[in-house]
Design a protein around this ligand. Structure first.
Ligand code: DX5
Ligand code: ZN
Length: 225
């Protein structure tokens, strides 16, 4: 059973990497755990690869939402689906054949996600929406946690959501970067249903309250819009 919207996916980029088992246990109230894979090539930062993600998969109380910020996802993304990630998202800017890759991810049993950076036009996804289960509209430049939310990405999100609904698609819309109690309402009002939050969750004194608080704010804002 997949969790209903609004979904809150804490990013372990903001967690303590040497206490990962305990850090994962803290987010049992979340919908997914957001796992940022960076290769120091597609983005100027480095995190971890399949070996670490396999251990996270074995340890996490919630399913994995893997966000690949890597070059050549065509080669590497299927491995993350094979190790059991519920969702694998790769970047449009990095993929050689996004449709073939999405089909491969789905055939392995993962949800297929496509991400776009703030400067990438949403129209590039219109004709391939059906191939995906999730669209990730980045609300910061990918690479680092703790950056400021970019409200200028909201019209692109709104247009993508409208286009998907026109086409009868029920693809999920995820936002990632700078999502907090101060910004989540803007993204929810623009049609996002799945929210990544790193610093706003792991930086909170009460992690569980932060997760439920963000979910309540997103629900209220999407009902209002
Ligand atoms: C940034 C990553 C994000 C990051 C978000 O490139 O993709 O998932 O962890 O962190 P916050 O929520 O702190 O902006
Ligand atoms: Zn991410």
């Amino acid at each position: 059973m997949l969790p209903d919207a609004p979904r809150i996916n804490p990013s372990i980029l903001a967690a303590d990497f040497v206490n990962m088992q305990a850090e994962l246990a803290r987010i049992a109230a979340a919908d997914f755990v957001h796992v940022d894979v960076m290769d120091n090539h597609f983005v100027p930062n480095l995190t971890f690869g399949p070996q670490m993600v396999e251990r996270i998969q074995a340890t996490s109380p919630v399913p994995l939402d893997v966000h690949l910020m890597i070059s050549d996802p065509d080669l590497w993304a299927p491995g993350y689906a094979e190790l059991g990630a519920a969702s694998v998202t790769f970047h449009l800017e990095a993929a050689h054949d996004p449709i073939a890759l999405a089909r491969r991810l789905r055939s392995i049993g993962a949800r297929a996600g496509i991400a776009i950076k703030p400067g990438t036009a949403g129209e590039r996804l219109y004709d391939i929406l059906d191939e995906f289960d999730q669209v990730l509209v980045m609300t910061v430049e990918p690479g680092f946690g703790g950056q400021g939310f970019m409200p200028e990405t909201m019209p692109k999100l709104r247009a993508l959501v409208d286009e998907a609904r026109r086409r009868g698609s029920n693809v999920w819309f995820q936002v990632d970067g700078g999502i907090s109690a101060a910004t989540i309402d803007q993204a929810a009002a623009a049609g996002a249903d799945t929210f990544v939050a790193g610093s706003a969750v792991y930086g909170a004194e009460n992690v569980e309250a932060a997760i439920t608080g963000l979910r309540d704010l997103a629900r209220a804002a999407s009902l209002d819009s």
